[in-house]
Design a protein around this ligand. Structure first.
Ligand code: DLL
Length: 429
């Protein structure tokens, strides 16, 4: 059940010594990035001024918005020729957040995924269907190489064509699946309609978006799997940051690789033990793109009271965000990105509303935007053209299908205080 037993069960003293050594190395690596060089020098910090792990609190936080300043490659600490892969994830406006990997990073990342998957009891004899996007999203290739490293038989089925996915599970005797929990719900419904019982399935790994215990129970019943929660974000390699073990009571975070803090998102101070707050992570093993005290925006708490599996500290299931990021079918969307797209389309105004619903277990996003009278002749064909254009621009930018509703100028609410443009009507979890 261990991929790397020694490192996974390190005693506290040894672990802290390793963390401190790696933290100093990470600071030195970060100093090769202009942004961090200036930040650290302004704060008077060098690797040698960090004497204890608590000294990390002297380092300023890094936020997603900061990464914008370096778009596209300004956060790389190695020459571009050392970068062997690039992924992206949503940025807060028009440009995505770029992440880069050296060969060593890819190896370390695959190892972390291998640790996680071994922890849930899958191995060489398992047949693994990876039903997530294989493009810029880190979930596809991230899991792919981790599973291959273990020696599993990998089916890179990616997303879409649910009936075909179900046929592959049946015909290839798939034992382990990976997808978003909402896609898993959809898959189970289609399997039921097809009269397929998917008896070969044993393990379901679900992540990339928030989900609940009730969804877990439902998936386990309908798909006949044991369901595990998997958490990660592109800026920290991707999936593999934290993962449930067989106890399924919190997600283990790999302390030799990620130093974690929980802060009050408003004050930036650490919260007391057992309190919820925003997860802040300093990755300790990244070469191409080191980060210091990265604010994930995800809300959770530390679980310190040990685990039957003998691995260290855990975090609780992610219960929300400390910012306005939405996770829709596993894709991250910031309202500011939508605004950015709409502002560039003269046929529509700059007031908009976003509605999120869950239909047949899948998230659907509707954007309502006011038509600009100067571009509207009154012809219905005009309306259809504009609607199509807005839908295409949103899809190209967000990589998400969106329903667009054009409304009369002046009919959407105006906000005097903080605008509340998003109405999330998905069931509360
Ligand atoms: O979602 C990486 C990933 C792929 C994780 C596959 C797990 C499985 P991003 O696209 O950068 O990376 O999105 C990261 O998604 O900050 C959370 O808000 C959310 N998220 C990821 N996993 C979970 C989870 C991938 N298990 C953002 N529960 C994160 C709740 C999650 N939210």
């Amino acid at each position: 059940m261990f991929w790397d037993k020694k490192i996974e069960t390190l005693k506290t003293d040894d672990l802290q010594a390793l963390q401190l050594k790696r933290l100093k190395k990470t600071i030195s690596q970060a100093q090769k990035v202009g942004f961090f060089k200036k930040r650290l020098s302004d704060a008077g910090i060098t690797a040698s001024s960090i004497k204890t792990l608590d000294d990390i609190q002297k380092i300023p936080f890094t936020k997603k918005q900061d990464l914008r300043e370096g778009y596209p490659f300004g956060f790389f600490a190695v020459p571009l020729k050392e970068i062997v892969r690039i992924h992206t994830t949503s940025g807060t406006t028009g440009k995505p957040t770029v992440v880069g990997y050296t060969k060593k990073d890819l190896d370390v990342w695959a190892d972390l995924i291998a640790r996680n998957m071994t922890m849930v009891g899958v191995g060489k004899e398992d047949i693994f269907q990876n039903m997530v996007n294989y493009g810029m999203f880190t979930g596809g290739l991230g899991f792919h190489y981790g599973a291959e490293k273990i020696g599993m038989t990998v089916i890179p089925s990616a997303t879409g064509n649910t009936k075909r996915q179900i046929e592959m599970i049946r015909d290839f005797g798939v034992t382990t699946i990976h997808c978003t929990p909402s896609y898993a719900m959809h898959l189970s419904e289609v399997a039921e309609e097809m009269g397929e019982s998917l008896d070969s399935l044993k393990t379901g790994i679900f992540g990339a978006e928030p989900w609940s215990e009730s969804v877990r129970h439902s998936l386990e019943k309908r798909l006949g799997v044991t369901a595990f929660d998997s958490y990660g974000l592109s800026e920290l390699f991707g999936p593999g940051v934290a993962f449930e073990c067989k106890e399924r009571n919190g997600l283990h975070i790999w302390h030799d690789s990620y130093l974690v803090e929980i802060i009050d998102p408003n004050t930036g101070e650490r919260v007391s033990d057992g309190e919820r707050g925003e997860l802040v992570v300093t990755p300790l093993v990244k070469e191409a793109m080191p980060l210091l005290r990265y604010r994930t925006g995800d809300v959770t708490m530390l679980i310190e009271d040990g685990c039957l599996c003998k691995r260290a500290q855990k975090i609780a299931r992610i219960t929300g965000r400390s910012d306005d990021m939405l996770v829709i079918r596993g894709i991250n969307v910031f309202p500011s990105q939508i605004e950015h797209v709409l502002l560039k389309i003269p046929e529509v105004g700059n007031q908009f509303m976003v509605y999120i619903d869950r239909i047949n277990y899948l998230d659907e996003m509707t954007v309502e935007v006011e038509i600009n009278r100067d571009f509207f002749s009154g012809e219905l064909t005009d309306l259809a053209k504009i609607q199509k254009k807005v839908g295409k621009e949103l899809r190209d930018s967000l990589e998400l299908r969106t329903t667009v509703r054009l409304v009369e100028p002046g009919s959407l609410p105006r906000f005097e205080g903080k605008a509340k443009r998003v109405i999330d009507r998905r069931e509360v979890i």
